[in-house]
Ligand binder design. Structure first.
Ligand SMILES: *Cc1c(COP(=O)(O)O)cnc(C)c1O
Length: 375
């Protein structure tokens, strides 16, 4: 117990999952990388699988293996690994692997040969991010190598995946261009004799706003915890970061507060010290607009956020040590939302939720009784 906790509303995750599942006629992959967007990978995975997701997605093999250790036996795809990752362990634990090029494919094939069983592979094509994925000019070669390995029984090519650069803005013309590139990559795969059941391009934003990107599976992460980068849907916020008041004190006008004395009390006032800092996911970069909910009222954070704590101006209101304040939540009770924190910090909601630090206890709660904390 460190004085900060992240309440995770599993009912909200389930409701969001059902919405995404209803949008696609194909499969829904729950993306639970980065500790399930801060919420806890195991909890998000189990909740989403019960609510209609059929597969899980993570970046690294290590994240995939951790889900297996947690007892989750659903299909899992890992799509971003250095070439010397433990592909043998992945294949031995039935983890699908993405291959962005021939070198990765060869590493996966070697591991599969060593185990005497085929690896399940998703070929990854770059549709316009110039990031992960095979550049289009190398795609025919990757297909040829994959088709040959598949004919030899070393690989089972089950998927082709791409990713969109600009889906958060559905009006951006890059979306159409990149959807076209993906469709072309699929045609080339079929021409190479690879008929893959899992064709996936859309993440949260495209699943919500681009029917033409949904293909046979959507990969949704942020949306499961309630983040809609397109602002077009009403998703349920699943996360609430709370922290305890450690101390309350009255200070005289002119009292400087915190490192560098960046704030001086403009009048005599009452301050509360709260036990969460930037190591816990309260960014130091927040502007002076940043506030938290104390006893139902928004109170500004004053002075610098430090590693383990911040100070709130209570404006004379009473507060008790031990009381929890809400840093962010779904917004139902007037508390700041993840989106507001993102705006205060010049970033996106994804960075706020994945920034919640490891020492913050994750606590599942039932939406019907948000304060009845399940331990
Ligand atoms: C993170 C990620 C996703 C999920 O994206 P969201 O916008 O959070 O739904 C899907 N695909 C890839 C390749 C990713 O890296």
């Amino acid at each position: 117990m460190t004085g900060a906790r992240l309440l995770v509303d599993a009912d909200a995750i389930a409701a969001n999952t059902r919405l995404f599942a209803s949008l696609t006629a194909g499969e829904l992959m729950a993306v639970v990388k980065a500790q399930g967007y801060g919420a806890g990978a195991g909890l998000v995975a189990r909740t989403a699988l019960e609510a209609g997701a059929t597969r899980l997605g993570v970046t690294s093999v290590a994240e995939a293996l951790a889900l297996r250790v947690a007892g989750i036996d659903a299909p899992i795809l890992s799509w971003l690994n250095p070439i010397d990752a433990d592909f043998s362990a992945a294949i031995a634990h039935d983890i699908d692997l993405a291959a962005p090029g021939v070198a990765h494919l060869d590493a996966v094939r070697r591991a599969a040969r060593g185990l005497g069983r085929p690896a399940r592979v998703h070929l990854q094509v770059d549709c316009g991010l110039a990031r992960e994925g095979c550049p289009p000019e190398l795609w025919p070669q990757l297909l040829a190598v994959a088709a040959a390995a598949s004919a030899r029984g070393e690989l089972d090519v089950v998927g082709v995946m791409g990713h969109l650069s600009s889906a958060d803005d559905p009006a951006d013309p890059a979306n159409r261009r990149e959807r076209t590139r993906f469709a072309h990559a699929l045609r080339l795969a079929r021409a190479a004799g690879l008929f893959v059941p899992l064709r996936h391009l859309a993440a949260t934003s495209a699943t919500l706003t681009q029917p033409g990107a949904r293909h046979s599976m959507c990969r949704v992460g942020a949306g499961l915890v309630g983040i809609d980068p397109t602002g077009t849907h009403r998703l349920r916020g699943a996360l609430a970061l709370e922290a305890q008041i450690v101390d309350v004190r009255d200070v005289a006008a002119g009292t400087p507060v915190g490192y560098g004395h960046s704030w001086l009390a403009p009048r005599a006032t009452r301050l509360a010290l709260v036990a969460a800092g930037y190591a816990d996911g309260v960014p130091r970069t927040a502007t002076t607009d940043a506030a938290v909910l104390v006893s139902g009222r928004r109170r500004p954070i004053v002075g610098r956020v430090s590693m383990d704590q911040f100070v709130v101006d209570l404006d004379g209101a009473p507060a008790l040590p031990g009381e929890y304040v809400t840093v962010f939540g779904p917004g139902d009770r007037g508390e700041p939302t993840v989106a507001e924190w993102a705006a205060w910090c010049g970033t996106i909601p994804n960075e706020i939720v994945t920034g919640v630090g490891p020492r913050v206890e994750r606590m599942p709660v039932a939406a019907s009784a948000p304060l009845a904390v399940a331990r």
